[in-house]
Design a protein around this ligand. Structure first.
Ligand code: 4NP
Length: 144
């Protein structure tokens, strides 16, 4: 079982979108039993809040199922629980490593080789969706 944690700042836009896109992709590959997928934020800013409405709208538009959820901050104890921490931007990588007080097993990486723009600020959930899809497809292809 591969354990994957997507990481963004607030855990209400990019990382939960990534979580649900990834769950749907593995479901389509009939590999749901091989992956355990969650998402977390590096800040307490949105703690307890559900996925941002525009993010839900975009997921609905793309036919990606999602559950009600509660934004949760990444904690030091999470480090041993997951194999990969797939971050949306470099800032998430440095924040995650600060929370974990290191990354001895090199688990913390960016999903793409560039920062994924924060739709909370840009308002563009279409581009975010495309970038997430691209990154997750690439990531999952190593397990094909
Ligand atoms: P996310 O977007 O990191 O993609 O969930 C954000 C949502 C909320 C905030 C920042 C980023 N915020 O500061 O409240």
């Amino acid at each position: 079982m591969y354990k994957i944690c997507f990481v963004c700042l607030g855990n209400i836009c990019r990382s939960p979108m990534a979580e649900f896109i990834c769950k749907e992709m593995v479901r389509k590959k009939k590999k749901s039993h091989e992956f355990y997928i969650v998402s977390r934020g590096t800040s307490y800013e949105e703690e307890g809040n559900d996925v941002y409405p525009s993010a839900k709208r975009k997921l609905r538009e793309e036919g990606i199922p999602f559950d009600e959820r509660s934004a949760t901050r990444l904690e030091k104890e999470d480090y041993e629980q997951y194999d990969y921490f797939l971050c949306m931007e470099e800032r998430n990588v440095s924040n995650a490593i600060r929370i974990f007080e290191g990354d001895p097993k090199n688990k913390v990486i960016t999903l793409l080789d560039r920062d994924i723009a924060d739709p909370w600020y840009t308002g563009d959930f279409d581009i975010t969706y495309q970038e997430l899809q691209e990154g997750i497809q690439l990531f999952l292809s190593q397990f094909d």
